[in-house]
Design a protein. Structure first.
Length: 473
């Protein structure tokens, strides 16, 4: 595996690209293979048999496909093969799901399947799929991401790019795809995932990446050359040397290689990227009919200042406009944003007011909570009470938000000094702190400060600020 400092540097830089809306994905066959779909050798295995060839002895599979077209005088057989292999439905993998949840607006792939767009829809995002030149001139309304399928789609297999003659004419017949790809390569940081670098498509793809202009740094996962059963030392060292040369060659295109020992390492790295990205989004939970020992003004000033502090730490603030809490969150965030509009953005405030009318309000509120909280990596809990039958009780909605936050692996920060449900949550947490904080044990003494009812509002704000900043270093 690449040295830890190389992986760490990549994760840090890619998370920043996500925040800058300048990250893109290029997916190869390996990303789909784990879902049950075939790679190129498997796709063309039967085709090779028809030609009297052995797929294990063939390396130029694009030419193999061309031989089949030459022999049959038609590409219908290849089209039927694609339809046969990629028509069966498959569930997106965990890697697909993680990538779909990240704020990536540009996906490129040489795959024919629909797994990327399926994962995007599963994440409640709207994909705009482009697999024909005509698609490039039309924008789908309310799209969240563009999926460029530069070699076609299973829905139109007869127009898929498959054999050598099609690749040779690609720069003419599909020139707009090359133009769009060139633009993204200049403005975005690409992560290549699922390429074995023996994929016959790859050289054709890379030939389109090279240009005379200065290159942006891109990244690619690659499985470390390994000694498998049957390999002698000579063959193992040969594979290592060839991989070293391939890695060096990729630098011509601005691609830095990230070596992994196992494909599961890719999932771990993607999870780390998602976790770090989400840590810069803070969900504010709370409601208040009463403020206990706090005056209404002091309570709202506290929440106002915490929201402003989060924006100033370059985090996003997410809130559902909870009763007695929401306006302070919004005002605090907006004050920081409008106080320095050159540095902070309105995109740092995400407000999802709970609907007040509908046929099934409990279900609707649950969906709202799930969606809001899934955006974040940190949840802060203030107060948490409501009136029921004229009596003030701890708010069950705040508890539900706590439960959802744990399901989505958010870091919970109850401000127990504000009392009510926030204090109740802290008492539960303090009984089993390892269950909630794992690698973040340094947070515990700071949470104890936030439970101290003698702490001043300034001390509480400073403590929360310290936690948020340390999480995002």
């Amino acid at each position: 595996m690449s040295p830890s400092h190389v992986i760490e540097g990549f994760i840090r830089d890619f998370v920043q690209d996500l925040h800058n809306d300048s990250a893109a994905i290029f997916a190869g066959a390996g990303l789909s293979r784990g879902c049950g779909y075939v790679d190129w050798p498997e796709l063309l295995s039967d085709i090779a048999k028809e030609l009297g060839l052995d797929i294990k002895k063939e390396h130029d599979l694009i030419s193999l496909a061309q031989f089949h077209v030459n022999t049959k005088k038609t590409s219908d057989g290849l089209a039927r093969k694609i339809l046969q292999e990629f028509s069966d439905y498959a569930e997106p993998s965990e890697n697909h799901d993680i990538l779909a949840r990240l704020p990536i607006s540009s996906f490129w792939t040489t795959n024919y399947d629909s797994l990327i767009e399926d994962a995007l829809r599963k994440a409640c995002r709207v994909p705009d799929v482009k697999y024909q030149v005509d698609h490039l001139t039309i924008s789908k309304p309310k799209r969240d991401a563009i999926v460029y399928k530069m070699h076609g789609d299973v829905q139109l297999p007869q127009h898929a790019v498959l054999y050598k003659e099609q690749y040779e004419k690609y720069h003419i017949e599909r020139a707009p795809f090359i133009t769009a790809l060139s633009g993204d390569l200049i403005s975005k940081t690409f992560l290549f995932i699922g390429f074995s670098f023996t994929d016959p498509n790859l050289d054709y793809v890379l030939s389109r990446l090279h240009s005379g202009c200065s290159k942006r740094t891109h990244y690619s996962f690659m499985l470390q050359a390994q000694k498998v059963e049957g390999d002698d030392d000579e063959l193992y060292f040969y594979k290592k040397r060839k991989q070293e040369l391939r890695i060096e060659d990729l630098k011509r295109y601005g691609i830095q290689t990230l070596l992994v020992d196992d494909y599961s390492d890719i999932t771990k790295i993607l999870k780390d990227i998602e976790s770090r990205y989400r840590k810069k989004t803070v969900f504010f939970s709370g409601s208040a009919e009463e403020f206990g020992a706090w005056t209404r003004q002091d309570a709202q000033d506290l929440i106002h200042r915490v929201a402003a502090t989060c924006v100033e730490a370059n985090c996003r603030v997410v809130n559902g406009f909870g009763w007695g809490i929401g306006s302070a969150v919004i005002n605090g965030a907006l004050e920081a944003i409008y106080g320095n509009p050159q540095k902070y953005s309105e995109a740092q405030l995400v407000v999802r007011p709970f609907p007040q009318h509908g046929d099934n309000m409990p279900l609707l509120w649950e969906q709202y909570r799930q969606r809001m909280i899934s955006l974040a990596g940190v949840a802060i809990f203030f107060f948490g009470n409501k009136k029921e039958g004229g009596v003030t009780i701890n708010a069950s909605g705040v508890r539900r938000e706590f439960e959802i936050a744990l399901d989505h692996k958010l870091l919970p920060i109850p401000i127990a000094a504000t009392g009510f449900m926030s204090e109740e949550l802290w008492k539960e947490i303090s009984l089993e702190p390892d269950k909630y904080y794992g690698d973040y044990k340094w947070v515990l003494p700071l949470l104890t400060k936030l439970a101290d009812k003698t702490s001043s509002p300034t001390a509480i704000v400073d403590t929360i600020s310290h936690i948020i900043k340390k999480l995002n270093r």
